[in-house]
Design a protein around this ligand. Sequence first.
Ligand SMILES: [Zn+2]
Ligand SMILES: [Zn+2]
Length: 290
Amino acid sequence: MQDFYSLLEIDRSATVDQISTAIDEQYDKWRRLTSHHDAQLQNQANQALFQIEQARNTLLDLTKKGPYDVELGAGGIADPDAIHQHSGLHSPLTPLRSPISSTALERTDAWVCNSCKKANPIGSIHCQQCGRSVGQICVKCDTTSPATAKFCLSCGVNLAELKTQIEQDAIDREIYWQQQQKLRAEQEVRLAPMRETAESAQKWQRIGCATSIFFGIFGLPFVIYSLRRSKAVLDSQHQPGDESIREMAKTARTWSIVAAVLIVSMTAFTFAVFVLPLLMVLIGAGLEGL
Ligand SMILES: [Zn+2]
Ligand SMILES: [Zn+2]
């Protein structure tokens, strides 16, 4: 004769904590056997897990435990027909007749809806009659377990904890993302003056180069101004996130230096080749006239 207490190998006077611990221990023990090479033993293990779930639903629910204990005291709990129905092993696998509910605790071939008591095929997610949840999918191994199960029937993970963990992770990610957004926005504000200076260095470097192509030395002041701007950026104190701005200032500085060297050397060249001979000719002519 098996009742929930002998199934869990505990005394009928066991406390809630003791019952809870026994359920977890038994669950753990049988869960390991669900992957046993002996198919019959696997089947037994699956049924044991289901009964342990039933025991949990009854013994940890005070509204159900009381009537169950009364019924148990009066005898006639176990189903004599079902004893050793599945195997020769004496085990806590014989289906139990529950004194509490006519269907919910009796059926091991169906998942019974807690709400409308309809027996749904094992593996159902929703009740076929009322649509309430009768099964839950384990996010770890994708197996469906009864909605009331504390642990995944397949991988044994604590489903409620896993769900809480996943929800918490999602919340954490959201908070992290919002913090990052805020930090980025603050950084943008902090770096705005620096970015402006770097952009002006870039702008004046371009104006300087364009001017010097047509007007030679007249582009030089713009180029020098750009150099001063980029120097201001590069000399300023390093700030987090300012890498791209420094890169921009560095590029502007490089091109300004190249432009300045070209402008000066082209001017010197022009002076040496055209202006100097002309001056010498004029001076020569002037001297001859004396
Ligand atoms: Zn239902
Ligand atoms: Zn699982």
